[in-house]
Design a binder for this molecule. Structure first.
Ligand code: C2O
Ligand code: CU
Ligand code: CU
Length: 461
């Protein structure tokens, strides 16, 4: 469905092995015109099969799960004609992409909600290459929880050297044994780490086995598209190199140990696959135990790569903050159990979490508070992110990519990210240039935390 120019373009950078059949492939969204980076993307209810013998009345992009991978190229216009065929309003947010506010997909702050039955054209030039994702920013607990999550991959402007690629979406579904949805939230869980889904999947399959070619330099793109859970990624039996975190290349690739990925976060690994007949298992570490997420079965191929250190990916053009003249802004994330508990009839939504003592828990046209900070366009800033809670929070800012400078709990080699996972009682300093004007969402990506107060926005003008 994707046209030839785009197909050849992607062949040059991340090559799918010729002549291997039976690879798990994703369908690409239908191209709307002859333009190489045009997509049509439809959100709609769809029945899918997740648990054996069960049917799940999900919400899907293009009628299935996983959603189509949207692929663009760094510096080239990408157009996505989005069709809302849900029974409720929505928007699409492009998580991690530094694009104009009009395309950021946040209701009221960047665009009116897209009503049921309406279309909206998203059009932008992605400045950075990497692994990003897309999701609605309306009724997020339900819309994301029921399946509206997908990968958007921006290929490097210059070709990079990989033989093969895998894109893995991690999500635990809130489903019962018959496939019907279970509760997405409860006040008790929302006030703690959130409500975990019970059915763990990678690309919609529970502990799947996928084939990979032997002796191939493989790029594994992991995306945590879950509402709640942190996955601790490990590949204990093979050497894997961390090449990018949350879409941004690391300066110097380093061997993977255990990498925590909170909701919204991504990880790009480079692995040289072993000989045919072997397997490579990606695991989720819980305490000292390791659980399989996915099992790659290695099949014969013509590749002849040797394991060893890998080259770094080309750096993205993220402006360098001027730390000497940067202004520091403090943010304290807190737990306030008693702000506004649900009343006896369960009428008001509970609020549990605050940013600088303020909770914002719903987005409606007449309920947009003041920004949590006003920044001057073009200036450098250091954010002090202080987590005064006993829980972890993946804190995400739209429209920018931070450089993480330091933490009071661990040694940091500075790296770029759009989502910082704050541990309990951790303080992290991040810096960036406020070069993108607009009102930018700033929230925890544990969706129940966001929906019970841990959300705000930053105004850059
Ligand atoms: Cu994935 Cu408001 O973001
Ligand atoms: Cu985002
Ligand atoms: Cu949180």
């Amino acid at each position: 469905m994707i046209n030839r120019r785009d197909f050849l373009g992607s062949m040059l950078s991340t090559v799918v092995v010729a002549g291997t059949v039976g690879f798990p492939r994703f369908s690409l969204a239908a191209s709307g015109s002859d333009d190489p980076y045009d997509y049509v993307l439809t959100a709609e209810p769809a029945d899918i099969s997740l648990v054996p013998g069960g049917v799940t009345h999900a919400l899907c992009f293009d009628g299935g799960y996983p959603a189509p991978i949207i692929r663009g190229r760094q510096g080239k216009t990408l157009r996505i004609l989005f069709k809302n065929r849900l029974n409720e309003p929505t928007t699409i947010h492009w998580h991690g992409l530094r694009i104009p506010i009009e395309m950021d997909g946040v209701p009221f702050l960047s665009q009116p909600p897209i009503a049921a039955g309406e279309d909206f054209l998203y059009e932008f030039v992605p400045p950075d290459a990497g692994t990003f994702w897309y999701h609605p920013h309306v009724n997020s607990m339900i819309q994301l929880g029921k399946g509206l999550v997908g990968a958007i991959i921006i290929d490097e402007a210059e070709a990079v050297d990989f033989d093969h690629e895998e894109v893995l979406l991690l999500k635990n579904w809130h489903v019962n044994e018959d496939g019907s949805f279970s509760e997405f939230t409860s006040p008790r869980n929302a006030a703690r780490m959130g409500t975990p889904g019970r059915w763990e999947t990678v690309n919609g399959q529970h502990k799947p086995t996928f084939p990979v070619p032997a002796n191939a330099l493989t790029r594994i793109r992991l995306l945590n598209v879950d509402n709640t859970l942190i996955y601790n990624i490990a590949i204990p039996d093979h050497s894997a190199w961390v090449v990018a975190i949350d879409g941004s290349p690391v300066n110097e690739p380093y061997p993977l140990q255990v990498h925590p990925m909170g909701p919204g976060m991504r990880l790009d690994l480079a692995v040289v696959t072993p000989a045919a007949g072997e397997s490579v298992r990606i695991k989720n570490a819980k305490g000292r135990l390791m659980f399989d997420l996915v099992d790659f079965q290695v099949e014969a191929s013509a590749f002849k790569r040797q394991a060893g250190p890998v080259k770094s990916l080309p750096a993205n053009p993220i402006p360098k903050p001027d730390l000497g003249h940067a202004e520091t802004v403090n943010f304290v994330f807190e737990w306030e159990g008693a702000i506004s508990p649900a009343d006896k009839d369960g009428n008001s939504d509970p609020k549990f979490w605050t940013i600088n003592r303020r909770a914002w828990d719903k987005m409606t046209a007449d309920y947009i508070p003041d920004p949590v900070a006003r920044l001057t366009l073009g200036k450098s800033y250091i954010f002090n992110l202080r987590n005064n809670t006993p829980n972890s929070h993946p804190i995400h800012l739209h429209g920018f990519i931070w450089i993480v400078l330091n933490s009071n709990k661990k040694d940091i080699v500075p790296f770029h990210t759009d989502t910082v996972l704050l541990e309990k009682n951790e303080t992290v300093q991040v810096a960036f240039v406020a070069d993108n004007p607009g009102r930018w969402m700033y929230h925890c990506h544990v969706i129940e935390h966001m929906k019970t107060g841990l959300m705000g926005y930053i105004e850059v003008a």
